[in-house]
Design a protein around this ligand. Structure first.
Ligand SMILES: Cc1cc2nc3c(=O)[nH]c(=O)nc-3n(C[C@H](O)[C@H](O)[C@H](O)COP(=O)(O)OP(=O)(O)OC[C@H]3O[C@@H](n4cnc5c(N)ncnc54)[C@H](O)[C@@H]3O)c2cc1C
Length: 478
């Protein structure tokens, strides 16, 4: 095989995004993937985790049945083996859909671990392949401290959790970032006694402040949470040896003064980009302490070379829609005669806890307090949320003091995933709170909570409010 136009390394969301753009422009490409085909999102990420959350959420609703006048909820049981089997069944469907694109590529899809040999060469399975451009989209893997390797048989990550045939009665969750938080709540709702450890005081990627506090307060009704200390793991005998765990062997998880002896722990300490052994050092460009080169997020190019680093592998924004965008940008640039710069989307991240957590636009901890005004809405008293018995949470909006443009939002709210999209569109369009207050808010909806926060901001900006919410059409008689 001679020199091809593009080699794509990694067939995840980013690699497939790149492939779609490359294929529209050339047939001269190769895609190489190590391990199973089908994206991480479909196999062990977004999709199985949300399928698990779905079962957990439905089961949890039985607790409000008496209040709604429904009886018999106390007789409901969870069959964790069946829940996990359904998660895998749904997952398998999504995986086969993501494989459709690569299954038809014949010898242009190569299985194996690729390694760069320089800016235009990739080695895989003992062969050296040459390309005019290379897209590296090698993803990430769960971060597990080296010192914890001896306990590997007692540790779970999201790579292994969904393969389990049942759930333990007790579990430690180490790390309450977005993934740990989603899993900790879902597992607790499925009947697992969860003890969670998190080194920071903020959870789910939130900034310090009232939304984080509200989320923590609610979460503590469902699981035990220890914050502020890094967790340490040591081997321990289980109190009732042999009842569960491997031959009575368990783990002691300690953090500050807190500790628990447990059969197994789910490690959710974030993800490490898959760049070790990828040969980035052969590019002759500086690498940071994570082994990553500098990447321009608008082009995905590495140091002016015909090399593009996309998706979780570049450690910029490890989210599925950003990985897909990275793929498209790098795919387009890999075949372009000159590299083009692309605008990136308004930041949006959602954690599928109940209520949903979300961050939109500028982070609250990055805002300049003297240039912004904040409005908030609490959902404890919000009409529709009360009807649904989902009346908990807090939403905070931030707007520019000069022109009233919405700049950021942080929320822990019922239907938060939908509110977050509405807010992302508003921020993307640079809508002001006054523009937004002119939009209709149907009654009774959760969106009315959003209006409460917008009104609170509008009241703080009387100079900009004009004649109120209604645009003036004309002056009668004029
Ligand atoms: C539990 C969990 C839940 C998540 N939920 C969400 C969510 O709800 N919403 C959201 O937006 N994001 C979510 N994410 C994040 C999202 O899944 C990722 O951001 C996204 O899937 C990353 O895609 P990628 O293409 O960069 O990597 P991947 O899909 O991991 O693809 C990388 C591929 O490259 C291969 N590879 C690695 N090294 C080599 C090599 N040297 N040679 C050849 N191939 C190699 C890998 O085996 C893999 O197949 C979640 C993640 C997890 C873990």
């Amino acid at each position: 095989m001679g020199t091809v136009d593009v080699i794509i390394v990694g067939a995840g969301t980013a690699g497939l995004g790149a492939l779609r753009e490359v294929r529209k422009r050339t047939e001269s490409f190769i895609i190489i993937n190590d391990g199973p085909w089908g994206t991480m999102c479909a196999r062990v990420g977004c999709m199985p985790s949300k399928a698990l959350i779905e079962a957990a959420g439905e089961f949890h609703r039985r607790l409000v049945f008496p209040e709604l006048g429904l009886s018999g909820g106390e007789g409901l049981r969870v069959d964790t083996g069946a829940v996990l089997a359904r998660v895998r069944k749904v997952r398998d469907g999504f995986v086969s859909e993501t494989r459709e694109l690569t299954d038809q590529l014949g010898e242009r899809a190569i299985s194996g671990r690729a390694r760069l040999r320089g800016p235009g060469q990739v080695e895989v399975g003992g062969r050296v392949l040459e390309a005019r451009s290379i897209v590296l989209a090698t993803g990430s893997r769960p971060t597990v401290p080296e010192a914890w390797r001896p306990f590997a048989d007692r540790l779970l990550t999201t790579d292994s959790l969904f393969e389990e045939r049942g759930l333990p009665s007790r579990l430690a969750v180490v790390g309450l970032g977005p993934v740990g938080l989603e899993m900790a709540q879902a597992l607790a709702r499925l009947g697992v006694q969860v003890t969670a450890f998190h080194a920071a005081q903020t959870i789910g990627g939130l900034s310090a402040g009232p939304v984080n506090d509200a989320a923590l307060e609610l979460l503590r009704h469902e699981l035990t949470v220890h914050l502020g200390h890094e967790a340490q793991l040591t081997a321990a005998r289980l109190p009732a040896a042999g009842s569960e765990g491997a031959n009575g062997e368990g783990l002691r998880v300690t953090a500050g003064a807190a500790g628990v002896v447990i059969e197994r722990a789910l490690v959710a300490l974030g993800r490490t980009p898959n760049v070790q052994g990828l040969g980035l050092e052969t590019l002759g460009v500086p690498l940071d302490e994570k082994g990553l080169p500098e990447v321009d997020r608008t082009t995905l190019q590495v140091a002016g070379l015909p090399i593009f680093l996309a998706g979780d592998a570049n450690a910029e924004v490890p989210l599925q829609h950003e990985a897909a965008d990275d793929g498209h940008i790098s795919g387009l640039n890999a075949v372009a005669s000159s590299v083009r710069r692309f605008a990136r989307r308004t930041p949006l991240s959602i954690v599928f806890t109940d209520p949903n957590l979300a961050q939109v636009g500028q982070r609250f901890d990055a805002r300049a307090p003297d240039r912004t005004v904040v409005g908030e809405a609490r959902f404890a008293d919000q009409g529709r949320s009360r009807m649904m018995l989902r009346n908990a949470g807090l939403l905070r909006l931030c707007a520019d003091r000069e022109d009233g443009a919405l700049t950021g939002a942080e929320l822990f709210a019922p239907e938060g995933e939908h509110l977050a999209h509405w807010l992302a569109l508003a921020i993307h369009r640079r809508s002001t709170v006054f523009d937004l207050l002119r939009a209709p808010f149907y009654h009774p909806t959760v969106e009315e909570g959003l209006r409460t926060a917008l009104v609170e901001i509008a009241k703080q900006l009387p100079r900009l409010s004009g004649d109120g919410a209604f645009p003036l059409l004309s002056t009668p008689g004029a």
